[in-house]
Design a protein around this ligand. Structure first.
Ligand code: PRX
Length: 656
């Protein structure tokens, strides 16, 4: 598959014929059956607003019911359920107390093997106590709170507590560096940071408080409170006027806290994600619409039932950990699993061991993890009893048919439907995915849009691409409740990034896709300068800026290169100040630059390959020839015109 901005219509070479229908047994018991899906689609097509209004009334608990469904007066800054009032935390916790108070909400396992179990009542109590602790420090409605935590129940408690008091959380993945944390705190103008002494990952301790101290050492003046959870027990520094231990803060707090009823459109959270410029963007979600999307899709796509044990392996630092750990399944009253550590600690059987021991019935993970575990062979999963599993999910990047088949055969034992779910930080909830009791799946396709989602594929002129297998831009034609509202502090960027390309007629996802003869969607990848490394979004410009911040580097260009496990890896071309390093000097600079990028951005952004060159190939107008660089990184033949290159000899340098 070849797809570039200039040639959007291409033939897909992937011709996958296999189809997997749900078993009659699964289909008969499913929450959404064929007739239900038909009815939902018909309602959504007839009157999308009435469709969403009906669901919002039925699924959410309102303090004050809305009377207006969609406000498009400032389109494309759409607003949903505008005059309604509710509280997200109340909808995730309080609603269950009467009937499910004693049901397990969270089954937690730490990497060292420690375990905890919290019922809905206990989780409610913890959330209230921490909400009261925040209030005691003067934190309230509209304040931004940055959460930099390991994957422990308190991360969810902190998020829910923010929602309870109307504070806006912004979770920063614990693998991001101090510099990235600082940048996000400053952009959000946060007054509170919630962190931990550390977390366990891959047998090591991730020193979160030390990184937080570094972030706060210079700048971040808006922060007046830092809550610190004791997790590892490692010694850390506490600044008395600012830092408070979590356990001290909640010690005297009541386990009840009245929710702050907020407007439907009150921002629930910001989540920073990479775009095609150097600065990450704070994707802003609104309370009611987001919760509706997260809850409904948890039910529809994961077929959640009362006795399910649902495990989404995503960290809360990513949107998947928001929608399918912290919010959606809790709103649906499910039992969720949280695991702190790495999938391969102490060995590659950890995921399967957790599935066996905790009785996981629904398992949702990323293709990169599936591929990494697949590489370890079939023997490891064979050692565990996975018979409780009944549904599998995939998210974050295209899943290659080989990994899909392995997941189906070795983990699902040819019994479990697989839901390949396409969505984004911006969409808030799953958009294109199978309904597991209805859809016959095909390995590698996320199948069809959910009811109420008007996804399409269009060409450069915005016309729907109807030829089967022809690719184009993936767009969403109508607004939907869980869509992002804006980019924090930069609405112009919101308009430019998602709406400008087709004169605000539809939302542009930034992915290319094609549809097959059955109308199934196949995602082909990003069309902007965004990489997808191990399911994580990284802007090439961010990595380039980090590289050129190094004193030895004059210029850098970063592209993606296909990687067997990570999907894509970071490939950097750099021009040094002074002579181009070779031999040992180059090897040592490469080590230094990899450590440098880790420090600037985090280990996930570290380049796998670095090539030194005297200059970068540019067009006459001075644009870096990225397509050429991509071809070289992939070891492909160069097909484009390179006659404009000032120095054709650099092609050899680029090739290394
Ligand atoms: O390129 C698509 C890819 O991940 C991007 C969104 O990344 P992020 O906002 O970090 O959210 C990831 C988790 C929802 C998309 O633009 N992507 C996500 N899911 C899939 C996918 N690509 C193919 N198939 C998927 N199921």
């Amino acid at each position: 598959m070849i797809f570039t901005m200039n040639t959007p219509v291409v033939e897909s070479v992937l011709d996958e014929q296999r189809r997997f229908a749900p078993s009659a047994e699964f289909a008969a018991a499913a929450r959404v059956r064929a007739a239900d899906l038909e009815a939902l689609r018909t309602q959504a097509a007839a009157d999308p607003e009435a469709f969403w209004a009906g669901l919002a009334r039925a699924e959410l608990g309102w303090r004050k019911l809305f009377t207006r469904t969609l406000d498009a007066t400032e389109a494309p800054n759409f607003r949903w359920f505008v005059d309604g009032e509710l509280n997200v935390s109340w909808n995730c916790l309080d609603v269950h107390l009467a009937e499910r108070g004693h049901k397990t909400a969270i089954l937690f396992e730490g990497e060292p093997g420690d375990r905890r179990c919290l019922t809905y009542r206990e989780l409610h109590g913890e959330v209230c106590r921490f909400a009261n602790a925040m209030k005691a420090r003067g934190i309230g409605r509209g304040d931004r709170v940055v959460i930099y935590m390991p994957m422990v129940p308190e991360a969810v408690v902190a998020m829910q507590a923010c929602a309870r008091i109307g504070a806006i959380h912004s979770v920063v993945f614990g693998g991001f560096s101090a510099i990235s944390l600082k940048e996000r705190i400053e952009d959000a103008g946060a007054r509170c940071l919630i962190t931990a002494d550390g977390g366990h990952r891959g047998g090591n301790v991730v020193e979160l408080k030390a990184a937080a101290d570094k972030a706060l050492a210079d700048g971040c003046d808006t922060i007046d409170t830092v809550f610190v959870l004791r997790r590892t027990g490692a010694p850390i520094q506490m600044r008395v006027d600012r830092d408070v231990w979590w356990h001290d803060a909640i010690a005297l707090q009541a386990d009840d806290c009245a929710p702050d009823w907020v407007d439907a459109e009150h921002p629930l959270f910001l989540l920073y994600t990479s775009g095609s410029t150097g600065r990450p963007k704070g994707i802003q979600h609104a309370s009611a619409g987001y919760l509706l999307g997260a809850k409904l899709t948890s039910r529809w796509v994961f077929d959640l039932r009362d006795d399910d044990v649902f495990w989404c392996t995503a960290d809360v630092g990513w949107v998947t950990g928001h929608s399918y750990v912290a919010y959606g399944p809790l709103a649906a009253g499910a039992t969720i699993v949280m695991y702190e550590g790495a999938p391969t600690f102490p060995d590659g059987g950890r995921f399967w061991s957790i599935c066996e021991r905790l009785g996981v019935t629904i398992f949702y993970t990323a293709p990169t993890a599936i591929r990494a575990l697949m590489k370890l062979g079939d023997d490891l999963p064979a050692q565990y009893d996975l018979s409780k599993l009944r549904l599998l999910g995939s998210v974050g990047e295209p899943i290659n048919p080989e990994a899909w088949m392995w997941y189906h055969r070795v983990i699902g034992r040819e019994r479990c439907p697989i839901v390949d779910t396409w969505w984004q930080t911006e969409t808030g909830a799953i958009m294109i995915a199978p309904l597991p009791g209805v859809t016959s799946t095909k390995p590698g396709s996320c199948t069809q849009p959910l009811p109420g989602v008007f996804a399409d594929i269009v060409d450069e002129d915005g016309h729907s691409v109807t030829t089967p297998e022809a690719g184009g831009y993936l767009v969403i034609r109508k607004p939907w409740p869980s869509m992002l509202r804006t980019i924090w502090g930069d609405n112009a960027r919101y308009l430019a990034t998602y709406w400008e390309k087709f004169q605000q007629r539809f939302y542009v996802a930034g992915d290319s896709a094609h549809r097959d003869r059955d109308g199934f969607f196949w995602i082909m990848g990003r069309i902007d300068d965004v990489l997808n490394v191990a399911g994580h979004r990284l802007g090439t410009m961010e990595i380039e800026s980090a590289l050129v911040a190094h004193p030895r580097i004059a210029e850098a260009a970063v592209v993606g290169r296909p990687h067997e496990i990570k999907g894509e890896s970071v490939f950097a071309y750099v021009v040094c100040r002074g002579a181009r390093p070779v031999g040992d000097e180059a090897a040592s600079l490469t080590r230094e630059l990899r450590a440098w990028v880790t420090e600037q951005l985090g280990a996930i952004a570290k380049p796998d390959d670095i090539r030194y060159t005297d200059n970068l190939p540019k067009t006459r107008s001075g644009k870096i020839m990225r397509r050429l660089l991509r071809a070289v990184a992939r070891g492909e033949a160069i097909t484009q015109d390179i006659s404009t290159l000032e120095n054709p000899a650099i092609i050899d340098q680029l090739r290394g």
